[in-house]
Ligand binder design. Structure first.
Ligand code: DX5
Ligand code: ZN
Length: 215
């Protein structure tokens, strides 16, 4: 299991040290939540802060857009060359065009599904992306309760990936803890995002290792 700590739950007054600490503690990716106050009822960080995050990070960025104007925001972050740049299918009329645009910048395109969006919505996209992110909470805030129906979605996405011989990874985001990660692993999930679970723990190394099922 790969671990992508969500910096939304980090101490923003101490952001550089927080990012350095999770990278040293075994994070595989640094998950960055960009919210615009329109697609979701919260507003987070823009290019000035994400640039500072990129400088501090020694692991690749995983940028999760929760915005209405995906292309405008993608263009702000593509120069940072994240490993993944993900956008929500619910908010994009021309997903294949945006996927091509992201890939043309040497960045891995990824698509996000809200908890209510069926996996069938990406039947004709799954071969074109590097990763599919399944939300296990309604996007907008850290610290929410895990929605267990994501397990069934992960299983059907895994089946779709195999049937279509696609190459993409599966990521789950929201309410992930040491108590549900084993079920996600069994359902075929490759990467988990975790915010409050890691940043509220006494030891980032310990909580990341528990998500990697190393105990
Ligand atoms: C929610 C964000 C998540 C969030 C996860 O909209 O996309 O990345 O920070 O936080 P936890 O792990 O606390 O649910
Ligand atoms: Zn996220």
């Amino acid at each position: 299991m790969y671990i992508a700590p969500s910096i939304l739950s980090a101490d923003f007054g101490n952001l550089k040290a927080e990012i350095e600490a999770i990278c040293e503690a075994g994070a595989d990716l640094v998950h960055v939540d960009v919210m615009d106050g329109h697609f979701v009822p919260n507003l987070t960080i823009g290019p000035v802060v994400v640039n500072a995050v990129a400088k501090a990070a020694t692991k690749p960025l995983d940028i999760h857009l929760m915005v209405q104007n995906n292309t405008f925001f993608a263009d702000l972050f593509l120069p940072l060359k994240p490993k993944f740049l993900s956008f929500h299918i619910e908010e994009e009329k021309h997903p294949l065009r945006l996927i091509d645009h992201i890939r043309s910048h040497g960045v891995g395109p990824a698509i996000v599904l809200n908890p209510h969006t069926p996996v069938s919505a990406i039947e004709h996209i799954v071969n074109e992306v590097d990763m599919v992110l399944l939300m296990s909470v309604n996007p907008g805030f850290g610290g929410q309760k895990f929605i267990p129906s994501v397990l069934e979605k992960a299983l059907s996405l895994r089946e779709m990936i195999e049937r279509k011989n696609a190459k993409c990874m599966i990521e789950v985001d929201g309410g992930v803890t040491g108590l549900n990660v084993a079920q996600l692993d069994e359902a075929g999930v490759d990467i988990v995002v975790a915010g409050s679970y890691i940043f509220s723990s006494n030891s980032y190394e310990h909580s990341i290792r528990s998500l990697k099922l190393e105990f």
